[in-house]
Design a binder for this molecule. Structure first.
Ligand code: MG
Length: 328
């Protein structure tokens, strides 16, 4: 099999702000794996928080040897160089795409999964309370059935943000604090707020995680605390659920393992994403039916999606029925 990679810059429709900063565009790396006359494709969305970038992904991909068998996922996975979870995920996606094309099945069927997952949330990124309420009103009518609020303004206004959004919508609300609260802040805010869950309120590795889990009236999901299968067991002490992202797990195969491990520990499971084109989001959509909550709005945030292939229907990001990932 022959591997090639290229960088693609994705432009956001509007500036996206979270507790760590703002962005107008995002660079991803798309890979192609050629096998005979078929091509499998996948996308890497490197996460800066974990010291990955398009540069580091491309450098890692140059060292990858794939062999000749696209079905030999264990053997290929064991032979990959360490690190670079996003680039690893692009290889995993491209191999699944190739497998689906070889056997004539969409990836979700290849994995024995359902096509329909839970509805995706739409992200209301961080801003002043009024501004977040205004953007919530603007998105009404676009068909979203869940809203995820980015909190962590470090200005004492986070509860106000949730109340402002609640005053203009009846949709279920979720929040993502991106590590910005202390234990005291979490215990002050959470009892006041009407939320389905709260994602990563505390800094990753915080010694207060277990106490917050015990005392929080709102389910706590961890994101920055949970990357791969080896992290899942420890999350049971500090959270009610985990946020799986393919760019952290290294792909769909590990994501499926994580979902099952989480269930065995009594944890809820959600699937998140980064700013990604439809190619990256498609890989998530094919495993979304395993999840309790889905946050797959990365391609919907773009000014223009260069790789359409996921259908947004009745609030759900539906994978295509064409063979493989069904993108292009
Ligand atoms: Mg998050």
């Amino acid at each position: 099999m022959e591997l090639s990679a290229r960088r693609v810059t994705l432009r956001l429709a509007e500036t996206f702000t979270i507790s760590r900063g703002s962005e107008d565009e995002s660079e991803v790396v798309q890979v192609e794996i050629r096998h005979g006359n078929l091509i499998g494709r996948g996308e890497a969305a490197p996460i800066e928080r974990y010291k990955e970038s398009a540069d580091s992904a491309v450098a890692w991909l140059e060292r990858v040897e794939l062999g000749d068998d696209p079905f030999a996922l264990d053997a290929i996975g064991d032979a990959l160089p360490p690190g670079e979870q996003a680039a690893r995920s692009a290889i995993d996606a491209a191999l699944h795409d190739l497998q689906g094309k070889l056997v004539g099945l969409p990836v979700y069927k290849l994995l024995g999964l359902r096509r329909n997952g839970p509805p995706t949330s739409w992200t209301i990124w961080l801003g002043d309370p009024d501004d977040m309420a205004r953007r919530t009103e603007k998105v009404a009518g676009r068909g979203f059935r869940r809203l995820k609020l980015k909190l962590g303004g470090r200005d004492g206004l986070d509860a106000e943000r949730v109340r402002a959004v609640r005053s203009v919508t009846d949709l279920p609300l979720q929040c993502d604090v991106n590590e910005a609260w202390s234990l005291d802040e979490a215990l002050e805010y959470l009892p006041q707020l009407d939320l389905q869950y709260c994602e990563q309120p505390l800094v990753a590795g915080s010694p207060d995680g277990a106490e917050l889990k015990r005392r929080s009236p709102v389910p706590i999901y961890v994101d920055e605390d949970c990357h791969t299968l080896t992290d899942v067991a420890a999350c049971a002490d500090r959270a009610h659920g985990i946020n799986i992202k393919l760019a952290k797990s290294g792909g769909m195969r590990e994501a499926v393992r994580m979902a099952h491990a989480a269930r065995a520990l009594g944890l809820g499971v959600m699937l998140g994403c980064m700013v990604e084109s439809g190619l990256g989001i498609a890989a998530g959509a094919h495993v979304a039916s395993l999840m309790d909550h889905v946050d797959l709005d990365g391609n919907l945030l773009l000014a223009e999606d260069p790789c359409p292939g996921v259908a947004f229907a009745d609030g759900v990001q539906l994978p295509a029925e064409a063979p493989g990932l069904g993108v292009g």
